[in-house]
Ligand binder design. Structure first.
Ligand code: PMV
Length: 312
């Protein structure tokens, strides 16, 4: 028997960066994300009598997973099987509709898809009831922290072991990611979670993130878009500052990211409006526009994005 599941990625506006428990992926601070329905991963599991193994799913556009990444994926499957007390094996196949490992949160969608597919496959194979969404998100978080937010939409709030949908305005934002580099990043987000603790700026980070979280929820609830933009800007700059000031500093921003960030700031100054801007652990820039700002989006694209910019 084969089983298939698809899950979306998500972009955090208040970031998960730093863990209190690396085994369970418990975060040092709460995070808030917007689910990205157009960036997805698909996982297919086929029951087999031999050992668990991984293969690319889409033969036309096969993804390449390093041996380490394949092992991490299979380890997560082992963890799920163990927790659900299942002894069978699967051939795991996966695909993504966007580039991997470059700050596009591919681990969020791929671990969410693997978890969804595995719990479903195990429920079917054992004729047991399917575990609920909260338990699925809890299992998924143990593979990749940010993946637990991909079970909820459009907004997801993750605090400690709890993750839930948050009822906020703007259910249909226009999301765009400007891919400035799709080469595999040299510092993984798992390494970043450890390294940030060595930055002098890590002291006070939890209080800053928590305070921004409350301000952002209030700003969004009050439809105060420009405050939301400013809070999200301060937040990703704060996270990148932690990277840049770690005891062994590292930096995901490149000159192109910096140049585009300058243009976005100028655009906001000129128009008094624009997109929410954020960056994950990579050089790429995520933009979220309100539906009513489609014309502003077109204007920014016409002015500042050229054929060399790859936009997803
Ligand atoms: O889920 P992880 O361990 O890949 O961490 C992702 C962390 C960031 O993407 C940088 C921020 C976030 O909250 O998604």
């Amino acid at each position: 028997m084969s089983y298939i599941a698809t899950a979306p990625s998500n972009i955090a506006l208040i970031k998960y960066m730093g863990k209190t428990n690396a085994e369970l992926n418990l975060p040092t601070n709460a995070s808030l994300s917007y689910t990205l329905d157009h960036l997805t991963s698909t996982v297919k599991l086929t029951a087999t009598n031999s050992n668990d193994s991984w293969q690319p799913l889409d033969a036309d556009k096969p993804i390449k997973l390093s041996a380490k990444a394949q092992q991490r994926f299979l380890n997560h499957l082992h963890k799920i099987k163990k927790q659900l007390n299942y002894q069978g094996h699967f051939i795991v196949q996966s695909s993504n509709n966007f580039p991997l490992g470059c700050g596009l949160a591919s681990s969020a969608s791929s671990f969410a898809a693997l978890t969804k597919c595995a719990v479903n496959a195990i429920a079917e194979e054992t004729q047991q009831p399917l575990i609920d969404i909260n338990s699925q998100a809890d299992l998924s978080r143990q593979g990749s922290g940010s993946s637990c937010r991909s079970f909820f939409k459009p907004w997801a709030l993750w605090q400690g072991q709890q993750v839930k949908a948050l009822d906020l305005p703007y259910p249909h934002l226009l999301h765009q990611v400007i891919v400035l580099s799709s080469t595999e990043k040299t510092i993984s987000s798992s390494e970043a979670h450890q390294l940030v603790a060595s930055s002098p700026a890590f002291e006070g980070r939890v209080a800053r993130a928590e305070s921004r979280l409350q301000s952002l929820i209030q700003a969004l609830a009050a439809l105060d878009w420009s405050s939301a933009y400013q809070i999200c800007w301060d937040e990703f700059i704060d996270m990148h500052h932690l990277f840049q000031t770690a005891s062994t500093p590292f930096d995901y921003m490149n000159n192109e990211s910096r140049a585009l960030l300058d243009k976005l700031q100028t655009f906001w100054q000129q128009h008094g409006s624009g997109p929410i801007v954020t960056m994950d652990a990579g050089p790429n820039i995520h933009l979220l526009y309100r539906e009513q700002d489609a014309a502003l989006k077109a204007e920014f694209e016409a002015q500042h994005l050229t054929g060399k910019h790859h936009v997803l």
